[in-house]
Design a protein around this ligand. Structure first.
Ligand SMILES: [Fe+2]
Ligand SMILES: [Fe+2]
Length: 366
């Protein structure tokens, strides 16, 4: 009998204990449900975002100061040098017609996509390219219906990506005919240009400046490089550069080797192709030693040069397209010109990295 009472006592105690524990945990649960965290982005999440961005930044880059070694600019050319360069451009005429009209239309973000596709359809090379990319493994999930209309392709790709393809199509012939670079080098340069274009567009949006112009200027900023032979071929292996030459910024080394650099060649080419003056000037001045040199330029140009310079800096810092691990120093007031914060690496965010990853995939699919 006493054993039964002891057993009953233990049983009641165990039941009471587990009931109390259960109630406690339910109350804890209730408490969690009732009080959501005050901060919608918990601290660990922000740290993770910061770490993701930090991990993408290159650990080692060489920084050059262009105030010490000044590159030549278009204004330094003698009339004879200018004439000689322009003579060489005669063979680099651009195809006229729908592609250029389309590029104007794409400047406007609100352009009707049917109007864009109607124009694209008049350019067979461009239409084929748009359909090819829209049907690539990257854009079309397996099992999805084949894209056969240009209009649908434009909607799938988005206007910014269409702009990249459009520019590649327009300039392909001129670039290929130049015969200066091998296809691998051309692909890398297009990748870098597309990357700078994406970043310049995002920065323009952040700064409240026209996005279309920044995207176009970003795409074309290094166009002169397609028409300069690679420095190492002219100069022997890059390892053969003397220690003094290794300290010279690559854009200044171009001057020493070729007599001019990619800013001069690109700026003159864009002017030769009758591109808008804002684009011509941004291409011609995107590695200026000092931003005080930009005073006196037409309204909006200094801002565009600043956006492209910062975007170029970010792309070299991230190295998505195997860019040279070098940077041209930019002073805080480059950012002030467009109302962006300094240091520049803080402008890199997860959204930018996501867009660059998308561009990287798209460029490799073209
Ligand atoms: Fe450049
Ligand atoms: Fe660049």
């Amino acid at each position: 009998m006493s054993y039964a009472l002891i057993f009953l006592g233990i049983l009641i105690f165990v039941l009471l204990f587990s009931w109390a524990k259960d109630r406690e945990s339910k109350e804890e649960l209730k408490e969690v449900e009732v009080d959501p965290p005050a901060d919608p982005l918990p601290l660990w999440d922000q740290t993770l975002v910061k770490e993701t961005v930090e991990n993408r930044l290159r650990q080692s880059v060489k920084i050059f100061c262009l105030r010490k070694h000044r590159p030549r600019i278009v204004n330094d050319l003698s009339p004879e040098e200018r004439e000689r360069l322009l003579k060489g451009f005669r063979a680099r005429a651009l195809p006229s017609g729908a592609s250029l009209r389309l590029s104007k239309l794409l400047k406007d973000h609100l352009a009707d996509s049917r109007e864009v596709s109607r124009l694209a359809a008049t350019d067979p090379v461009l239409s084929a390219k748009l359909l090819e990319v829209a049907n690539s493994a990257y854009c079309r999930p397996s099992g999805a219906a084949r894209v056969t209309s240009v209009h649908r392709a434009i909607l799938i790709l988005g206007f910014n990506q269409v702009r990249t393809i459009l520019f590649q199509t327009i300039f392909r012939e001129a670039v290929m005919n130049s015969g200066e670079l091998d296809p691998e080098e051309i692909k890398k340069l297009w990748g870098h240009s597309a990357g700078v274009s994406v970043v310049a567009g995002q920065l323009a949006m952040k700064a409240g400046l026209p996005e279309g112009q920044a995207i176009t200027a970003g795409l074309l900023h290094d166009i002169g490089k397609f028409f300069l032979p690679p420095a190492k071929e002219d100069h022997g292996l890059s390892m053969a550069l003397s220690p003094e030459e290794l300290e010279i910024p690559p854009v200044v080394l171009e001057d020493k080797i070729h007599g001019n650099n990619h800013m001069i060649v690109g700026g003159l080419l864009c002017s030769f192709w009758h591109l808008p003056k804002e684009i011509v000037m941004t291409v011609a001045y995107h590695h200026l030693p000092s931003f005080s040199d930009l005073r006196g330029l037409p309204e909006g140009v200094a801002e565009l040069v600043a956006l492209v310079s910062i975007a170029d800096y970010i792309c070299h810092l991230l190295g998505f397209f195997e860019e040279e691990p070098i940077l041209y120093e930019l002073s805080p007031w480059v950012c002030e010109t467009v109302g962006l914060s300094y240091p520049i690496k803080n402008l890199v965010g997860p959204e930018m990295i996501k867009e660059l990853e998308k561009t990287q995939l798209l460029v490799s699919a073209i």
